[in-house]
Design a protein around this ligand. Structure first.
Ligand code: ADP
Ligand code: MG
Length: 237
């Protein structure tokens, strides 16, 4: 099976994933035999009721949690067999994460927040600053780098969050309800930006959302319910 999955051309392959949480003596099964394939450059929305395992799925894709059974392949590498150090290196190379509540560090300016992932890499300071400036420009925050995110609107904070997620040019963006805390206008700006990153920069995006308008910008929507996916392809006009 592994040999087949390894030669599989999909960017992301989840095969036979089982995941059960143990809480105070009771077992909470989340996934029993979950399969999923995502191609490079896809924009996939994941919807489903609260508690259906959406964040658990993102944690598995991020290598932040491991499955009990099954295999997780991303970009030709088997994530669930890597040690912690290898997974950290893999994340630094391949992954950007966008959170519902931005997860920005309040003591740092916008540009310092965006710079953080680059500090893990051997990049000279001048190149780091150049890169941060370019990315802030890309997300529409040119000239705002010295501002503290706490003084920004939710929409601006999320754009700082997106800038931080893409500053090291990852191939995969995971977004956990990126518009969940935003008003409609800011949500639409963020969605337009994610659509741009997917279409123009080729980022593969997996986005958990409750927002039907958010799912509209994705090419494919998966509905997670009772541990299985129900898929609806969107017919492109
Ligand atoms: P969703 O994001 O779809 O709301 P989650 O993936 O966060 O759902 O959680 C799915 C289920 O797993 C919930 O019942 C949650 O309480 C449980 N769960 C999630 N993470 C853990 C954990 N680390 N330990 C125990 N139970 C957990
Ligand atoms: Mg969740």
């Amino acid at each position: 099976m592994s040999a087949n999955l390894e030669t599989n051309k999909s960017f992301i392959t989840l095969h036979g994933i089982g995941k059960t949480f143990q809480t105070s003596g009771t077992s909470v099964p989340i996934f029993e035999n979950l399969d999923l394939t995502i191609q490079k450059g896809e924009f996939v929305a994941v919807m489903g009721p609260s508690g259906s395992g959406k964040s658990t799925l993102l944690n598995l894709l991020a290598g932040l949690d491991g499955p009990d059974t099954g295999e997780i392949w991303i970009a030709g590498q088997r994530l669930d067999h890597m040690g912690e150090a290898a997974r950290s290196a893999w994340r630094a190379h391949h992954l950007g994460i966008v959170f519902q509540f931005y997860n920005l560090l309040p003591m740092l300016t916008a540009e310092e927040n965006v710079e953080l992932p680059l500090l893990l890499k051997p990049i000279p300071a001048s190149m780091r600053r150049e890169r941060v400036e370019k990315i802030l420009d890309l997300v529409g925050l040119a000239g705002r780098g010295r501002q503290n995110p706490a003084r920004m609107s939710g929409g601006q904070q999320q754009r700082v969050g997106i800038a931080r997620a893409i500053v090291s040019d990852p191939t995969l963006l995971l977004c956990d309800e990126p518009t969940g805390d935003l008003d409609r206008a800011s949500a639409d700006e963020v969605l337009t930006m994610l659509g741009y990153l997917n279409r123009e920069l080729g980022k593969t995006i997996v986005m958990v959302t409750h927002d039907p308008e958010a799912a509209e910008v994705a090419g494919r929507t998966l509905h997670l319910d009772k541990g299985v996916f129900i898929e609806r392809e969107r017919v492109m006009a």
